[in-house]
Design a protein. Structure first.
Length: 707
C-alpha cells in the first residue's frame, strides 16, 4: 500500500479510525476486482489501484497508476469509452452513484466485460476531486446471459415458426400465450387477435359442448393429455379437426400454474378417414349403406326396439327381372336401373329407416318402430308399386318388379343373422308366389320350406326308382250313361310309405323343371294304357292327360307327343290334353298358336278347371278346344249357393254355343248329377260314379262295363 500516502495527501483521513483503516485495507486487497481511485480527467488517471488490478486487466497496479505504462482510458474498449464517460459525467453532475457495464482490453489483448460501480468524491468546496469505486470481471455472467439470450431466441424461433400450434392456457379457459401458427390455424390474423377474441375456451373453441370439461378432467387425473381429438370452431364459424397434446405446469409449491401444449390440424386426416370409412361402409354405385354396415344398423335397430318395447322389420328385397335386363342390355343400363331403384326405395321409407344394398339386385330395408303390422303392409305396397313403375333409360322403357320377404323382431328371430335368414326365406316364398309381392316369415313357412327341400330331393329319385304310377278316373256320358273316357291322374308311392297325391308334388316338379321328365313319362304311360284298352274292348276310349303350364310351353311339345303316339301306335283321337285356363295368362297369342299346333296332330284338347282362371271369354271362340271342364268348386257348392247354379248354366250355354262339350268335375251326389243332367251338361267325372282307380281296377271296370 505504498501509494496510499499519496491519496491521503489529497483526501482528508481525519474521519478514519486507525484499526478500521487496517480492516478496510485488508478487505480492499482481498476483494475480487480492481478497487480504484481515479482523477476526473481525460485519462482516468489512477491514483490508487488494488492488487486485484493484475487479475482483472493483466497489468500490475503500478503499470496503470499515474498512467505509468498505460492509462485506464486506453484500456477501456474503444467502442465503449464514450458510454463510460457519459455515465460518469452524469453521476458527477448529479452527485450520484453510478454503475456501468462495458468492455476493457486486457494486457494480452483479450476483450472482457466488466462492471464498474463507483461514486464521485468532492472537496470541501464541492468541487469534483476524484472517482472511487470497484471494477469487476463479469465475463462469465455475460456469457451466461448471452447463452440465455441465444437459447431464448432459439426457442422463440421454434415457438414463432412451429407448424404446430402452441399454447399456454389457464384451467379457467383463458390463453396466456399462443403462437402465430395456432392463430393461423384458428383463422386469426395474429396471436394477439386470437387472445383478444377467443377469451373463453370453454365456450368458444369446441364444437361439442362440454369438450373442454373433458379436457380439464383428463388433465386433473393424468396431468397430461395425448392425441385429444376434437372438432373446433375457427374465427369464421367453420370448423376443423384438431389433436391436442398438453401437460399441466406447477410451481415449486405444487400449485397448478397453467396448461401448455401443442395443437395439430388433423382435418385432412380426419376427412380421409371419414372418406375411407364411408367407402368401406357404403355402396359405390348407389351411395347406400352396404353389407358391412348392415350388421351394425340392424343391431342398433334391435337395441332401439328393446328399449322402447316395440317391433322392427327386416325386409329382404330382390328385383325380379334385373338379371335378364343386365345380361341382355349391358351393365351400364343395369347400373342405371339399380341407381333409380335405390332412389325409389329410399323415397318409400321414413328418414329413420335404413335401405342397404347387399350387392347385385338385393336390398335390405330396416323399418324400426312398428307397433302394428299394417304399417308394414302399407310401406310394402308403396314399395311394390314404386318399383314397378316404368324406368326410362336411354329413351327405352324398362319394367321391373320386386319380391320382398319380411321378418319381424322379436317374433321371427332375436339376432341379426336369424332375422336376415328368415327374411330371405320369406323372400324366396314371394318369388315362388309369382313375384311382385311380399311375404311375411312365419314358422310354418320355414317348416314348409324345409319339407319342400326334402321332397324335391326325393322326387328326383322317385322317377329313377319307378315310384310313380297312374290312376285312372272314368268319365261318363250323361246321355248314354256309358263310360266315354278317363283322366290319368299321377300318384307317387315311395316304398313303405303312404301314397303321395299330385297336389303335394306337381308344383315342386313344375318349379324345378322335373315336370319335363315326369310329364313325358305320364304321356307314355297313358298312351300305352289307352292302346291296351282299345285292344281289349275293341273300341277307342280316349284318355285325358294333364299338361302343366311349363310343359305346355316346351318348344318341342307337339313333336314329343307325335313321337309318343307313333311309338305306342295310338290313334291321336284317343289322347286328350287337359290344359288349365291359367296357362294362358302370360301370352294369349302364343297359347292359341300352341293349341293349333297340337290340334293339327289330331289329339283332343280340354280346358281344365274352367271358370277359375281369369281368361278373357272373348278368346274362347279362338280356342281350338273340344271340351270345357267345369271346375269342381262350382259343382261342390251347387246345393247351397244359388249363384253357382247360374254360373253352371251359363258355362253350359256358352260351351254349346261355341260347339264344345262341357264336362262337370267333382260330381259327388245324386242331387248334383240330376241338376247337371237337367241343364244339359254333356259328361261327368266324380266320386258319384267312381274314384280314380289303380290301373288293374280301372281295366277291370272297363271290361265289365263293355261286356
Ligand atoms: P285336376 O286336373 O282338376 O284333377 C281332378 C282332381 O279332382 C283329382 O285330384 C281327382 O282325384 C279329384 N276328384 C275327382 N273326383 C272328385 C270328386 O268327386 N270330389 C273331389 N273333391 N275331388 C275329385 P288329384 O288326383 O289329387 O289331382 C290333383 C291335381 O293334380 C289335378 O287336378 C291336376 O291338376 C294335377 N295332376 C294330376 N295328375 C297330373 C299329371 O299327370 N300331370 C300334371 N301336370 N298334373 C297332374
Ligand atoms: Ca285334369
Ligand atoms: Ca280339374
Amino acid at each position: 500500500m505504498n501509494s496510499l500516502p499519496k491519496v491521503t495527501n489529497l483526501i482528508s483521513v481525519d474521519s478514519f479510525v486507525h484499526n478500521r483503516q487496517h480492516m478496510l485495507d485488508v478487505l480492499v486487497e482481498n476483494m475480487d476486482g480492481l478497487v480504484y481511485c481515479t482523477l476526473y480527467d481525460d485519462y482516468w488517471t489512477l491514483i490508487f489501484a488494488s492488487v486485484g488490478c493484475k487479475e482483472l486487466t493483466g497489468y500490475a497496479p503500478e503499470d496503470l497508476m499515474f498512467n505509468n505504462v498505460v492509462s485506464y482510458e486506453e484500456i477501456t474498449f474503444e467502442d465503449d469509452r464514450q458510454l463510460v464517460r457519459d455515465k460518469i459525467d452524469d453521476a458527477v453532475a448529479t452527485g450520484s452513484r453510478f454503475e456501468i457495464e462495458y468492455r476493457i482490453k486486457r494486457a494480452n489483448g483479450e476483450v472482457i466485460w466488466v462492471s464498474e460501480r463507483g461514486n464521485p468524491i468532492y472537496n470541501e468546496r464541492g468541487k469534483i476531486h476524484a472517482i472511487e469505486g470497484i471494477i469487476q470481471n463479469i465475463a462469465t455472467r455475460k456469457q451466461i446471459e448471452q447463452s440465455l439470450r441465444d437459447a431464448e431466441s432459439r426457442y422463440r424461433s421454434i415457438f414463432e415458426n412451429a407448424i404446430e400450434g402452441i399454447f399456454q392456457s389457464t384451467p379457467s379457459g383463458h390463453y396466456l400465450m399462443v403462437n402465430p401458427s395456432l392463430a393461423r390455424m384458428y383463422g386469426y390474423n395474429s396471436p394477439q387477435e386470437l387472445m383478444l377474441v377467443l377469451n373463453n375456451i370453454n365456450e368458444q373453441l369446441y364444437v361439442k359442448p362440454g369438450r373442454r370439461k373433458e379436457f380439464v378432467l383428463e388433465m386433473e387425473s393424468h396431468q397430461n393429455i395425448q392425441n385429444f381429438e376434437s372438432l373446433a370452431y375457427k374465427k369464421d364459424g367453420s370448423s376443423i379437426w384438431i389433436s391436442e397434446n398438453a401437460r399441466s405446469v406447477y410451481d415449486e409449491a405444487g400449485n397448478l400454474l397453467y396448461y401448455e401444449g401443442t395443437v395439430e390440424d388433423i382435418t385432412s386426416r380426419k376427412n380421409y378417414e371419414t372418406q375411407l370409412e364411408y367407402q368401406a361402409t357404403h355402396d359405390t354405385l348407389t351411395g347406400l349403406p352396404n353389407r358391412c354396415m348392415l350388421h351394425d344398423r340392424l343391431t342398433q335397430c334391435i337395441n332401439f326396439a328393446d328399449r322402447y318395447h316395440n317391433k322392427m322389420a327386416v325386409a329382404f328385397l330382390d328385383l325380379d327381372q334385373f338379371k335378364l335386363i343386365n345380361d341382355s342390355m349391358g351393365h351400364e343400363v343395369g347400373d342405371h336401373l339399380l341407381l333409380i331403384m335405390s332412389q325409389r326405395l329410399s323415397a318409400c321409407v321414413r328418414e329413420v329407416d335404413t335401405v342397404v344394398r347387399l350387392g347385385g339386385d338385393e336390398f335390405v330395408i330396416l323399418i324400426s318402430n312398428i307397433d302394428n303390422l299394417n304399417n308394414i303392409t302399407v310401406t310394402m305396397k308403396r314399395i311394390l308399386s314404386s318399383v314397378a313403375k316404368p324406368c326410362v333409360i336411354n329413351g327405352l322403357d324398362y319394367l321391373v318388379t320386386c319380391s320382398i320377404g319380411i321378418s319381424i323382431y322379436p317374433d321371427d328371430g332375436g339376432d341379426p343373422s336369424m332375422l336376415l335368414k328368415n327374411a330371405d326365406t320369406a323372400m324366396y316364398k314371394a318369388k315362388k308366389a309369382g313375384r311382385n309381392n311380399y311375404q311375411v316369415y312365419t314358422q310354418e313357412l320355414n317348416e314348409a320350406l324345409a319339407e319342400r327341400v326334402k321332397l324335391e330331393f326325393r322326387l328326383r329319385q322317385a322317377i329313377e326308382n319307378n315310384e310313380l304310377l297312374l290312376y285312372y278316373q272314368p268319365k261318363v256320358d250323361f246321355s248314354t250313361g256309358l263310360i266315354c273316357g278317363a283322366e290319368a291322374l299321377l300318384r307317387w308311392q315311395p316304398p313303405g310309405e303312404e301314397m303321395i297325391g299330385p297336389i303335394k308334388f306337381i308344383q315342386i316338379a313344375e318349379e324345378t323343371g322335373l315336370i319335363d321328365k315326369i310329364g313325358e313319362w305320364v304321356l307314355i304311360q297313358a298312351c300305352k294304357q289307352a292302346k291296351a284298352i282299345k285292344e281289349k274292348i275293341g273300341a277307342p276310349l280316349p284318355i285325358a292327360v294333364n299338361v302343366s303350364p311349363r310343359q305346355f310351353k316346351q318348344p318341342h311339345l307337339a313333336q314329343t307327343i307325335k313321337n309318343i303316339l307313333k311309338a305306342t301306335q295310338l290313334d291321336p283321337e284317343c289322347l286328350e290334353l287337359e290344359i288349365t285356363e291359367s296357362t294362358l295368362i302370360d301370352d294369349a297369342a302364343k297359347f292359341i298358336d300352341t293349341l293349333h299346333s297340337l290340334k293339327t296332330i289330331g289329339v283332343k284338347i280340354a280346358i281344365d278347371d274352367f271358370g277359375t282362371g281369369y281368361s278373357n271369354l272373348a278368346y274362347l271362340k279362338d280356342f281350338p278346344v273340344d271340351r270345357l271342364k267345369i271346375d269342381k268348386v262350382f259343382v261342390n257348392c251347387l246345393e247351397n249357393d244359388p249363384a253357382n247354379l247360374a254360373i253352371l248354366r251359363a258355362i253350359i250355354v256358352l260351351g254349346h254355343s261355341l260347339d264344345k262339350k262341357v264336362v262337370a268335375e267333382g260330381v259327388e251326389t245324386e242331387n248334383q248329377y240330376d241338376f247337371l243332367a237337367s241343364i244339359g251338361c254333356d259328361e261327368l267325372q266324380g266320386y258319384y260314379f267312381s274314384h280314380p282307380l289303380p290301373e288293374s281296377e280301372f281295366e277291370a271296370l272297363i271290361l265289365s262295363h263293355y261286356q
